[in-house]
Design a protein around this ligand. Sequence first.
Ligand code: S3P
Length: 179
Amino acid sequence: MNQKTQSTPRPNLYLIGFMGTGKSVVGQLAAKMLGLSFLDSDLEIEKKYKTSVSEIFKIHGEIGFREMERNFILSGHPKSGCLVSCGGGLPIGEGMIEMLKSNGKVFTLWASPKTIFERTKKNSSRPLLQTEDPFSKITELLSEREVKYRKADKIISTDVRSVSEVAALIQKNYLEELN
Ligand code: S3P
């Protein structure tokens, strides 16, 4: 590798997609494989505000949380060299997906409502899924958001793939996007 290649900043990679599609787990592995630093938007917001996403929803509401996500994308993370696992609703607000695409590459991790339900049902840390009927909520929210998730540079299905298979696909597609 020559000096120029070594110092060329690599574009950020934003992983978006519904809750339970594996963005955080897969993202950490893919970041390691690609030599990118790893950030998780929820964790960064929790660190900055010193409280959990659930508490933020209780105190500031969903609107307040979306504002924190927007600020994180605008000014809370490096502009290159990092893979960002984005909270499921982060790319949904007006202009957000366009902002992510202007900052770097954007890949969606996809899964069916059934898979999402199975992966999220034992976890109570997601305020939007704390309802009587989380499966219906997942189906409804996913169909509302699908149009945004489909605007990504790549869509990768995670239904029948292991974490390492999805990470390998991310690596391959990211490197192809650079060429
Ligand atoms: C949300 C997804 C969550 C978190 C918050 C809201 C959403 O992140 O940001 O609970 O609106 O889809 P994950 O997608 O990492 O679960």
